[in-house]
Design a protein around this ligand. Sequence first.
Ligand SMILES: Cc1cc2nc3c(=O)[nH]c(=O)nc-3n(C[C@H](O)[C@H](O)[C@H](O)COP(=O)(O)OP(=O)(O)OC[C@H]3O[C@@H](n4cnc5c(N)ncnc54)[C@H](O)[C@@H]3O)c2cc1C
Length: 384
Amino acid sequence: MKPVTIIGAGLGGLTLARVLHMHGIPSEVYEADASPKARAQGGMLDIHDYNGQLALEAAGLTEAFRAIVLEGRQAIRALGQDGGVLFEKGDDGTGGRPEAQRADLRRMLLNALPQGTVRWGRRVTGAHGLGGGRHKVTFADGGTLTTSVLVGADGAWSRVRPLLSASIPEYAGTSFVETYLFDADTRHPAVAETVGGGSMLALAPDQAITAHRERNGTLHAYVSLTRSLEWFDGIDFSDPAAAATHVAAEFDGWAPELTALISDTDTPPVLRPHYSLPQGHRWDRVPGVTLVGDAAHLLAPNGEGANWAMCDGAELGEALATHPDDFEAALAAYEQAMFARMSRADDETAMHLEETLGDINPEDLLAQSHEISVTTEQAAKDSA
Ligand SMILES: Cc1cc2nc3c(=O)[nH]c(=O)nc-3n(C[C@H](O)[C@H](O)[C@H](O)COP(=O)(O)OP(=O)(O)OC[C@H]3O[C@@H](n4cnc5c(N)ncnc54)[C@H](O)[C@@H]3O)c2cc1C
């Protein structure tokens, strides 16, 4: 059997390769990164029982996943801008969204593949159709390959997507600035206390500070700002201290235990603009090629992208295993199911968020947070 050609060794591509392997279908994964450790993999991911965990089950990795879950990290708290707790929920282990480090998840998937499945340092520059469902893929190193089953799992800026769709991701209006505080229980005890044992969010209109407790007392923060790209151009991120000061100034008047997540960062602040494809992005069938994950349905981060990418990988793998003599039928069946699933995804996210937060709705939290800040500002004015 000719191998399935997968471009990209992110969570979507690797889950697909693993599920194919479970069914005895060979695959080759071409990845731009030079090695598994070439790039930091980002922070914690909560893996949901309605998508990511189902994918890991299909990949036969439920037990391996349990072994990398960081206990207690499903605890969640929402704070006002003054650092006061508006809402808090502990982790009793029943939350349905256990947290693991993305790097551990990726390593787990890599270890579950036959040696040599991933070809590192193979950056794809483009692909074109040869007719009859065959495609030619070109690499930055000058190499080429031809394949009759091509899967773009190459993320937001997919080089495979143009074979199927003319859509290009657009800036979604909000960016994260990413910071880390290391060994926070010792070095930043007040901030560590404020973040708590799991995740913390402090909201305001158009901006927020969110943070996660990772392994070894590391606090990983995403500072969210709804601002134009031109506004971010005004920050010199090549000067980490100045950039942190500039971003922290947007949270003037907030509790120092919250703003310290920005001003005391142990790493240079990193700007992560959010891009998205049009809602409900889909395409007409093109024989021999399809997409999974962000390449197919990139959305601004909403806690679901990695989960859906793994889900795509697992479902495509199972579709190919169900139609071993007719991969074209498999690709068509996968796409139809994936398009339908993704058109319901927003509702599903909202429903599950409601289950997590119970009676509290994020808009109420925002309103409460706003009221506190107005009251605090007024009190400050009164006392002045
Ligand atoms: C700041 C931030 C926070 C997020 N937090 C969460 C979260 O908490 N929960 C969640 O579920 N999702 C989260 N997401 C979304 C999630 O990261 C993505 O949806 C998910 O990684 C998509 O997986 P993927 O496999 O489709 O693509 P990717 O993870 O982007 O993997 C694509 C792979 O393809 C490789 N590649 C790219 N181009 C080429 C090329 N030309 N040739 C060869 N290889 C190539 C890349 O190096 C990469 O390894 C977050 C996203 C961001 C930006």
